[in-house]
Design a protein around this ligand. Structure first.
Ligand SMILES: Nc1ncnc2c1ncn2[C@@H]1O[C@H](COP(=O)(O)OP(=O)(O)O)[C@@H](O)[C@H]1O
Ligand SMILES: [Mg+2]
Length: 433
């Protein structure tokens, strides 16, 4: 049956019932009473309909609070359909709200900053990364013009010039950002920011390293070339002078070799594809060897002592030897003759530490934090005279990082220094009984 029939047939039945009630009245009493009965029933029916219409109008005004009754006749169905519509709409709205929340959360998690602005650049929304990177605050700045909030001339130029297909590199305080404006929809734009501070810092370090390394290599090369030029220009130089020149050239050659070797060591230590070897390091053997090297370097000018009261280590024997022997050779080289160098390996609470203590020239406080930088030296000429490359402590730092260990430096000018390698328990082995 069609929907119209379903609607009209009950209506017709009801009207017929009203008609028959009227006819029955006429038949029993008279026409007037019959008409009165029919009119009365019709009026009741109209009033009921009006009552439901009132309910419906109330409900439409306030669907949350007002409840629709079950209704009568066609109203039952109309009310049921309205309820269903509303339930569906509510479901859709809930889904939308949930989706929006999830989308915002995803935007919050982005490592890049996202700012949404309208066509006059008023802030509509931004994520936490953008707040941190650009110094915005969603609470305070919403609706404000972004060009008033980010007061960098280059940013304002970028916005005004409108060449948005190219990103802008923006310096904000300590931060370096790559910023890009993307127009979307008709009246909105997105600003995306990417923090490149760390990348820039690494890039700067790399540039500095190359500049320093070239400079370090150029000095001995200049000396060697100078003597070679003399040798070419003056073939009849006396044997003594020649030998002296060759001697100096050899020294410079060795210096270059030490530099290149240290640079290669550093590169190797820094590469991720080359994890430290996991072997058992016999600390007694290693420290005795390092002490012997120190004694050879000192040639009897220092008193070198060794005390061992700690466990063996897990790690790379070669790397650890190179780190500790670097510290011992520094101690010898920066301690005037007659001084003392102590090497102590011991347990200390949660740690095991290897202290290299000297009674040497010491280091002023402001230098200490920078000593592990590549090519950083307190006194360049002393470092060079004593065959230093300026890379020793950088190598020590890298070796320790690879062994989850730390370097601690204490020093007092004129009294001496203590360089301490501190290993966590997890790097040590139980001592064989
Ligand atoms: N035991 C020490 N006493 C005083 N100064 C030290 C000591 N060890 C290191 N230094 C300072 O730290 C600088 C960096 O050390 P390092 O990286 O080993 O380079 P270098 O090749 O000059 O020894 C040295 O040039 C020196 O100025
Ligand atoms: Mg050194």
């Amino acid at each position: 049956m069609s929907a119209a029939a379903l609607f009209w047939i009950p209506v017709a039945v009801r009207l017929a019932l009203v008609g028959s009630a009227g006819l029955a009245g006429w038949y029993v009493w008279n026409l007037t009473i019959g008409l009165a009965i029919a009119l009365f029933v019709l009026t009741l029916m109209v009033l009921t309909q009006l009552g439901y219409m009132f309910q419906l109008s109330q409900w439409l005004d306030n669907p949350e609070e007002v409840r629709l009754s079950d209704g009568w006749g066609s109203w039952t169905e109309i009310f049921a359909k309205l309820y269903k519509l509303r339930r569906e709409e509510q479901k859709n709205r809930n889904e939308l709200v949930e989706w929006l929340a999830r989308f915002r959360q995803a935007m919050q998690q982005l490592p890049d900053g996202v700012v949404i602005m309208d066509d006059v650049l008023s802030l509509e929304w931004c994520n936490a990364t953008a707040e941190a990177q650009l110094g915005l605050s969603m609470q305070k700045d919403k609706g404000m013009r972004v060009t008033n909030l980010i007061r960098s001339p280059s940013f304002i130029d970028y916005i005004i010039l409108g060449r948005y297909d190219e990103p802008l590199s923006l310096a904000l305080g300590e931060r370096k950002l790559i910023v890009r404006l993307i127009p979307f929809e008709k009246h909105r734009q997105i600003l995306v920011t990417h923090d490149v501070t760390e990348v820039e810092r690494l890039e700067q370090m790399r540039r500095d390293f190359i500049a320093n390394a070239s400079h370090e290599l150029r000095t001995p090369l200049t000396v060697i070339n100078g003597f070679l030029e003399i040798a070419v220009a003056e073939p009849d130089l006396d044997a003594g002078t020649r030998r002296q020149h060759l001697q100096l050239m050899a020294e410079q050659g060795q210096r270059m070799q030490r530099l290149v070797e240290d640079m290669l060591t550093l590169t190797r230590l820094e590469s991720v594809d080359f994890p430290p070897r996991e072997e058992v390091v016999d600390m007694r053997q290693l420290l005795e060897q390092v002490k012997a090297e120190g004694e050879a370097l000192s040639a009897g000018r220092h008193e070198i002592t060794l005390s061992i009261d700690g466990p063996d280590l897990k790690g790379s024997q070669d790397e650890l030897r190179s780190a500790i022997s670097n510290l011992v050779s520094n101690a010898v080289r920066y301690t005037p003759p007659g001084g003392r160098v102590q090497i102590v390996w011991r347990e200390d609470g949660d740690l095991c530490r290897c202290d290299v203590i000297d009674s040497g020239i010491g280091i002023r406080q402001e230098h200490i934090a920078r000593l592990t930088e590549r090519f950083y030296r307190v006194d360049k000429s002393r470092s060079r005279e004593t065959k230093g490359t300026g890379l020793g402590l950088a190598i020590v730092k890298h070796v320790l990082m690879r062994h989850q260990a730390q370097l601690n430096i204490e020093s007092e000018v004129g009294k001496g220094s203590c360089f301490s390698l501190q290993f966590p328990r997890s790097a040590t082995l139980l001592r064989a009984a």
